[in-house]
Design a protein around this ligand. Sequence first.
Ligand code: MRU
Length: 357
Amino acid sequence: MIPSFQTLEWTERGVRFLDQTKLPTEEVYVTCTTYQEVADVIRNMVVRGAPAIGVAAGMGIALGVKNSKAQTSDELKPELDQICEVIGKTRPTAVNLFWAIRRMQQKFERLRVRPVVEIKQALIEEAERMHAEDIAINHAMGSHGAALMPASGGVLTHCNAGALATAGYGTALGVIRAAVEQGKKIHVYADETRPFLQGARLTAWELVKDGIPTTVISDNMSGAMMRQGKIGAVVVGADRVAANGDVANKIGTYTVAVLAKEHGIPFYVAAPTSTIDLETPDGSKIPIEQRSAAEVTHIAGKMITPDGVEIENPAFDVTPANYVTAIVTEHGVAKAPYEQSLPKLVRGGQQLMAGKS
Ligand code: MRU
């Protein structure tokens, strides 16, 4: 399945994004020509989803460095620090953002003795490599995860962990796509995912485009669907997985995981190893982004709550590891105890990459 859209891409003019705030009614692209504009599109969720945020950060840094007037790497260094600081302040939960920043900084350090023109070109290539790698990683995750999907029947997903949340193909939706490519007869149930409606607007949009049978349900329907036997498995993405296997993902994921356990339904998380944060011991230490009240008080620009009411809007919640049946990565499938299985996959993958470079 080749997608008919590009979530984000490097172009000669700048970084081009499919504007996800406008989907599904309008398919429009925006091109950022400065790193500050890239920071804004990450913050405003023109681009969103942990892996896509990571690649956007890499491209934003490459763009900032490309626009620099610095003549030497010593002049460039404080500018790079400033760019990374601005991009690093956009969204706190998706660890891929910080993973990408670190990768670009390390690349710069390795190139420091080179002329600025070479450093600029190498950082652009590094960002483009991140983009290509992300797609390959999603395909690898898909092939590991497809085996876990039922041969037929309903699979529930929450938020959007698809091509739109990555450089392409998707994590959770990559697993579903790979299962469908293998001939499994899957019917996707997509939670609408209030308040930003990533399920209703984005997951539904990309799956309908692919011709994968999809039903959108409002978030409060998933328990009833499970009870009626319509859901054979749940698969979601992640914004950060702690060392003990606790998973931060879109608000509402925890509710789905608890319901799945109650109904004896497997609950899978598909996440690249760049989303696994071995430096964070457990979910209580994961920073949870608080977003504006307007996302809750308004739908499509129309106010739906009374003036003066109090609002909470945490963008993510944490699902404790004991609700997670397995975590699918590009290097294989991790199961409990995650303290042991996750480092093996992450470090095994790092050794593999070191052997290739
Ligand atoms: O606020 P968002 O839309 O960036 O949240 C996205 C999610 O929670 C996704 O499930 C997660 O980033 C995984 S995307 C492959």
